[in-house]
Design a protein around this ligand. Sequence first.
Ligand code: MRU
Length: 351
Amino acid sequence: MSTLPPTLRWDNGVLHLIDQTRLPLETRIEPQHTVEQVWQAIKQLKVRGAPAIGIAGAYGLVIGLQAKTHLDRPAFMAALAETATYLDSARPTAVNLHWALTRLSQVAAAMTEATPTEIWQRLEQAAIQIHDEDRQLCRAMGEYGAPLIKPGMGVLTHCNAGALATAELGTALAPMYLAHDRGVPFRVYADETRPLLQGARLTSWELQQYGIDVTLICDNMAPHLISQGLIDLVVVGTDRVAANGDVANKIGTLGVAIAAQYFGIPFYVACPYSTIDPDTPTGQAIVIEERGEAEVTYFGARRTAPEGMAVRNPAFDVTPHSLVTGLITDRGIISAPYGENLKQTLKAKRA
Ligand code: MRU
């Protein structure tokens, strides 16, 4: 039976999420009762992937305001702004976190005559709506992207842009799930994705659970496999698409895109409209998260670098739009000129 992991679940004021740092060895679902727990879960990558952290952030705001409905309206709105700013500080690169918190803040601001209790109830509905909507966005990206996968293809992906990164089917993995459901035979090559191994721990795990033919490779093997003709298509996710079509994604994506263009392989990026950021003009303006050095100097619990070693650990890179064959959105596949086509996409009817 093909199964997808239950990444996030909202139940009676509590957010339940799979602690992704324990996968694939242990599937532990942890309840989040406080906004601080949600912040930590996002920061520590217990929940990760752009759409999933947007959903978690929205529920986090609802959790944070749960005990504040006794306040008067100005004090409640001030608490809302403060909690949203706090949650937004957990991780900088994926725009979905900021997008979801802004959406909820706007919902509250529009309820000028409502009591804090009424606003809180509406915020809970809005968070559930973001969660439900993401399921539909994933399916729509899957429908548009699935026809790109032809029988016998080798498809490369980087990091995890699957069910564990979203509400359901994923972004980059959604076309793979639907193509597989439709009986198309193909093989996925999953980059392990150093330093935190989202490809090895998460992507290969969820694809294998679903019954998809998946082969794990180290990141430095991808250009070789492309040069050997084993890869026909690259599909990755993204954390933020700038207005000109530049895409930020997990560190290592840029190298894959360069190799794909050199060897003439199509390079697609899957993104829901919630990941397109019209306020960021180009990729250069995207804030790239720098994470702790222990992620680089240790492999699991074992130190693998000399003490005192200087380390850089940028968690994301930016792929220029000139290397992107197309963006698989919930509103269709778009290609260059991205500036104009992204504007039209954001105006278009939702999936
Ligand atoms: O650091 P992570 O694991 O949150 O990084 C996730 C990625 O880079 C994904 O590829 C991206 O968010 C797209 S997820 C649908």
